[in-house]
Design a protein around this ligand. Sequence first.
Ligand code: SF4
Length: 353
Amino acid sequence: MDWSKRALEGQSFGDAELLSLLRPEVPLLPLLHEAFRVREHSFGRRVRVHILNNAQNARCPEDCGYCSQSKISDAPLQPYAWKPLPELLNEARRACDAGAFRYCMVASGRGPTTRQTDELAQIVRTIKKEVPVEICVSVGLLDDEKAQTLKDAGVNRLNHNLNTSESHYPKICSTHTYRDRVNTIMSAHRAGLETCSGMIMGMGESDADIIEVARELRKLEVPSIPVNFLIPIEGNPVVSDGSLTPERALRVLALFRLVNPRAELRAAGGREGHLRSMEGLALYPANSLFVEGYLTTRGREAQDTYRMIRDAGFEVERADGTIASWSELGLDDVFQVTGSADILKPEVRRAEL
Ligand code: SF4
């Protein structure tokens, strides 16, 4: 198996090769090892931690079937307008103190108006002045002008996911197209914004769809790729298709790593529920995680995630490139376990027998 060598040389892989990665014919652990060698080349054992902030929660006029904020979802929603600046500033500070590399503000909707873009730009300027953290925003469709406004304000990165392949896209959304999404990524590129775009697994996509998205992101030269695992939310039209096992989730991450060797690859939304006890293995292909939950669902607490990162033998990278110490991340219990040795006493063993 010379996957890692070929990936690092920039070679592309054929359809049959990539399909085999998603199937048992390629053993999982050697595959993860190959993915790790590629990850290690650019990122060592470092993990970038992102904290998401749902800066605004509202019913959205779009009909993305996986989203509990869409107009067609019956999921309960507690709407609120854009959080006030002091609240966002505090949350950015808290994210930075909690070891976050990047603070991501997300708003629902098709895309911001010019006035909303200007307001967001002002928020970003203030946060950047006060808090040493990278800023990512995810605010829907943007044109060149709005992307430039955000770039000028100091936004580092724009998130806009492809979500699935072009041919599968009409099955998850009808109010905008895959091409609209690609165009937003192109606008961000032209404005000089870093781009972040990925996929949601578990929405009925085929293996070929997964390969198509991984390749499209390579073609678009997207440097940050979140791979999400659909969290089935009651009331949403698109719920899990039942395809996601921990092994499949790991294979998909390895595939994305080999196709996009230098991208920051994130085991993103839904990793806890879908990877379960295999979660630590996701760090072999991926070098980035969210902590403290997602837009409308809870995730793991930060310290549990840091403990998982530490136990798996990785380290947390700060926005300035330094490594955070475990004690500053709140892990003072260095590998301390508690338990009772009663089981070893002869009388206990006899009693159990
Ligand atoms: S555009 Fe965004 S907020 Fe609106 S339904 Fe789609 S994913 Fe949800």
